[in-house]
Design a protein around this ligand. Structure first.
Ligand SMILES: [Fe+2]
Length: 159
């Protein structure tokens, strides 16, 4: 890990995640920070208000980040945009289902725990695989190998 690495606990930003596309890299860094804040609120037994607030911020940023990233890919005429959008949509459906079922006050702790497990892992895998594929294509490099099946924490959601 480089000296620029920031340890967010289970979810870690490091220079290894830099794709070389400034707008996307800046958003990934912010996205990780927001998801980590939610994860921390759940893990550390934050107040219901802290959990609700950090979840809302993470979910809102996830949606706007996906839209921005897809716009960047579309403007670049990325040939695999449809596949990337499908991956975002599958993850978004999962996140949205968790977030909706949470229901605010009196929400289910197990649901929050599940989302605090899912989102950080999916995010790290997605940046390191699908987003990296785009970065390589953007730089004119050959595509890297498909994600190892071992890395597919959630078999029903491609990364
Ligand atoms: Fe993406």
């Amino acid at each position: 890990m480089s000296s620029d690495s920031v340890d967010y606990g289970a979810l870690v930003w490091s220079d290894d995640l830099v794709l070389g596309i400034e707008e996307i890299d800046a958003q990934h860094r912010e996205w990780i920070a927001l998801v980590q804040a939610f994860e921390r609120a759940v893990r550390d037994g934050g107040t219901a208000e802290e959990v609700r607030r950090t979840l809302a911020a993470a979910v809102a940023y996830t949606e706007s980040h996906f839209a921005d990233e897809q716009r960047v890919m579309g403007e670049a005429d990325y040939p695999f945009l449809d596949d990337h959008v499908a991956q975002h949509d599958l993850a978004w459906d999962r996140v949205h289902a968790f977030a909706s079922a949470d229901g605010g006050a009196g929400g289910d702790d197990a649901l929050r725990e599940s989302l605090a497990d899912f989102l950080p892992q999916w995010l790290m895998l997605h940046i390191n695989t699908a987003d990296r594929q785009f970065a390589r294509w953007h730089k004119g490099e050959p595509p890297c190998a498909p994600a190892d099946i071992e890395g597919r924490v959630f078999g029903d959601i491609p990364v």
